[in-house]
Design a protein around this ligand. Structure first.
Ligand code: SAM
Ligand code: SF4
Ligand code: F3S
Length: 471
């Protein structure tokens, strides 16, 4: 099945099915591993935890699967297509297995959790299956698999947050980094497989988050994205002091590390984002004015079937509140078309909500039934594929006009941009992002990666603002 998403690529690591080989970390390792990550930013962040666990055991990272003793695929189950992509990839890896019989192949992440040991039976070439909460057991499982034993651990945990593990930054630009602040999800959106693959929600020790963010800053990083499926429900109880840290409190603590450290976060569930969070963003210059606020549908009837716990009107009021407290806030969304029983009338409501919100960025999908979810058990997946595709195309076309207008509104404005590196198209240019997460390209001059520069926008494309530096 083919699906369409936003044509914008400046947030490629979210929800994509892209993979990311990593750079070599060292020379004197007993063995080498290669890891590819699929899915959301949390999976990419998990691969950095896995790399840290493996490096401690004497395994070094390699960017070449043909040089690896271990190949890991960190997988995503969010839609059928994401799983298909992984299956194709596993098939392609067969060649390495044939060439090198001692090679071990491991499946990590959400697909491992969903399919558990059936993976070993279905995919004959897979030697290890390890779920998202079981990465500490990887060294022992690698030994078991090396001895020809079944190596499966898909136990979900109520308290694992890998708080004490310093992730090894993979494929890093040295400027921006992800930091996981929580794991799992307690919401039960009826379409979603995440609560089943990632387990119960748990918040990570705030002190360990601050430590990790401070270390990143002192290592030269300038932007941190705090990650969780629902960051606004972050809630950590410090047993020693009997105090609670909320998401607003955590944001403030991270913002206090340095005014030169930028903070982003993802993802917010509209029901949980509070005024306190919005005021914290508004009062701190280094917390970016950008919120990803997935709506999923513009129809209250469909939202109710999706178990999103808000209505269209409630969402619009939340949207308005954000714009009231943070007037220049960039807002993006996720939308699903063709959910069970969705009529043309429901679809028109999604289009009209999109017209109202004029999102800066949107990720759009057609509904993909996931086995075991509430929707799969309760409602027939009854919107024909051609109708899903047509509706998705309509939504994508509409969003394209909004995102272009959003870019055009910025022509003539000046933004503070954090420089992330050389532009892919022109080596004489650099690129970075503004507060609202828009990509800005400008001449290199003597500007360095990691600098903040003021850039005035001269023109734009659908995905990029193009400008020049102003003092
Ligand atoms: N936790 C976030 C939230 O609540 O918005 C995002 C979760 S998910 C990783 C990212 C997006 O994938 C969702 O917002 C939704 O639009 C989409 N998605 C999830 N399950 C889906 C399904 N079964 N079919 C199509 N899209 C799906
Ligand atoms: Fe899935 Fe809903 Fe949890 Fe997001 S909030 S991960 S969509 S169950
Ligand atoms: Fe995919 Fe799991 Fe993330 S299903 S979107 S990798 S939490």
């Amino acid at each position: 099945m083919e699906e369409l998403v936003s044509t914008k690529t400046h947030d490629e690591t979210r929800q994509g099915e892209a993979f990311s080989p990593i750079r070599t970390q060292g020379q004197n390792f007993k063995k080498h591993f290669y890891i590819e990550s699929y899915g959301c930013a949390m999976n990419f962040a998990d691969s950095e935890v896995v790399a840290s666990i493996l490096q401690k055991e004497g395994f070094g990272a390699t960017t070449q699967p043909e040089n690896a003793d271990l190949i890991f695929i960190n997988t995503c189950s969010i839609r059928e297509k994401a799983e298909q992509t992984v299956r194709y990839r596993l098939n392609a890896l067969k060649q390495y297995k044939r060439q090198r019989p001692g090679l071990l192949i491991g499946v990590l992440g959400c697909m491992a959790e969903r399919l558990k040991s059936t993976f070993l039976e279905q995919e004959k070439l897979v030697d290890l299956v390890v779920g998202p909460d079981a990465y500490r057991s990887l060294p022992a499982l690698i030994e078991d698999a090396g001895d020809g034993q079944r190596a499966v651990n898909v136990l979900l945990s109520r308290d694992e947050t890998y708080a004490d593990i310093a992730p090894i930054r993979l494929n890093s630009n040295g400027v921006t980094a992800f930091v996981s602040i929580m794991r799992g999800c307690n919401n039960m959106c009826s379409f979603c497989v995440v609560p089943f693959t990632r387990g119960r929600e748990r918040s990570r020790d705030a002190d360990s988050i601050i430590q990790e963010c401070s270390n990143l800053f002192y290592d030269g990083y300038k932007e941190i994205t705090l990650l969780g499926q629902n960051v606004d429900s972050y809630n950590w109880v410090n047993d020693k002091t009997n105090t609670t840290v909320t998401f607003a409190g955590l944001l403030q603590m991270v913002a206090n590390i340095s005014p030169l450290l930028r903070i982003r976060f993802s993802t917010s569930h509209p029901k949980d984002i509070t005024d306190e969070v919005l005021f914290t963003i508004a009062k701190n210059e280094n917390i970016c004015n950008y919120i990803h606020l997935p709506v999923q549908s513009g129809s209250t009837r469909i939202l109710s079937l999706m178990n999103r716990t808000y209505s269209r009107e409630w969402y619009v009021a939340k949207y308005n509140r954000i714009k009231e407290i943070i007037p220049d806030c960039g807002i993006s969304t996720d939308m699903i078309v063709g959910f069970c029983s969705e009529t043309d009338e429901d679809h028109q409501l999604s289009l009209s909500l999109m017209k109202y919100c004029q999102y800066d960025l949107a990720y759009m999908y057609f509904y993909s039934e996931r086995p075991g979810t509430l929707a799969a058990r309760r409602f027939p997946d009854d919107v024909p594929l051609d109708v899903k595709k047509r509706r998705l195309q309509e939504l994508v076309d509409l969003h394209r006009t909004h995102s272009l207008q959003s870019m055009q509104r910025d022509v003539g404005k000046t933004f503070k941009v954090l420089v992330e590196g050389a532009s892919k198209k022109n080596k004489e240019e650099l690129y970075g992002r503004n507060d609202q997460n828009k990509v800005v390209v400008f001449p290199k001059e003597n500007i360095q990666k990691g600098d903040y520069v003021m850039v005035q926008v001269n023109r734009c494309t659908a995905g990029t603002l193009i400008g020049h530096r102003v003092k």
